[in-house]
Write a protein that binds this ligand. Structure first.
Ligand SMILES: Cc1cc2nc3c(=O)[nH]c(=O)nc-3n(C[C@H](O)[C@H](O)[C@H](O)COP(=O)(O)O)c2cc1C
Length: 166
């Protein structure tokens, strides 16, 4: 069972979350806004897709702060986790999609299993906390500057997640 949890201020990451849900056959009731969801809702899922845009200078989307604190207290061991997010690599080349990296770091010691990392290709910016050992640890989307690459990036990532899901 897959649950999608997203934080989105202007709707970009929400639209991405809904697109991912449609591609993976995840129903609307399993797509949650972290601004209103409660972290214990993750208990019903063995696969979590977590999405955040990046704000400020490499910060989490606002609603994620409380949710991430609560999520770290949940038992995530054995759960499959895939991360995604939206950013603006042109205006924020040094903190592009950093929120993905922040969530990754916060959950790294919880015993969850991350899937969906990939080698970035065609990105103007990889100056990002989400980029580790030459790989993005989650799907990084730049609708503002690289919207023409979104479909290809999304399709590849969804395929990888589909194959890695329990
Ligand atoms: C004030 C401000 C700060 C931002 N900071 C970053 C940033 O540090 N890194 C980044 O990749 N994008 C940054 N962005 C771009 C947003 O992440 C981008 O517009 C995203 O698509 C918003 O998604 P949302 O509507 O789901 O919140 C910033 C945008 C604004 C307006």
């Amino acid at each position: 069972m897959t649950g999608i949890f997203y934080g989105s201020t202007t709707g970009t990451t929400e639209a991405l979350a809904r697109d991912i849900a449609a591609r993976l056959g995840v129903g609307a009731k399993d797509v949650h806004d972290v601004g209103t969801a409660s972290a214990d809702q993750v208990r019903g899922y063995d696969c979590l897709l977590l999405g955040s845009s990046t704000w400020g200078d490499g910060e989490l989307q606002d609603d994620w702060y409380d949710f991430l604190d609560a999520l770290q207290k949940e038992d995530l061991s054995g759960k499959t986790v895939a991360l995604f997010g939206c950013g603006d690599g042109q205006s924020y080349p040094d903190t592009f999609c950093d929120a993905i990296g922040t969530i990754y770091e916060a959950l790294d010691t919880t015993g969850c299993r991350f899937v969906g990392a990939y080698v970035p290709e065609g990105y103007a910016s990889t100056g990002s906390k989400a980029c580790r050992d030459g790989q993005f640890v989650g799907l990084a989307i730049d609708e503002l500057n690289e919207g023409d690459r979104t479909e290809e990036r999304l399709a590849q990532w969804v395929e990888a997640v589909k194959n890695a899901r329990p």
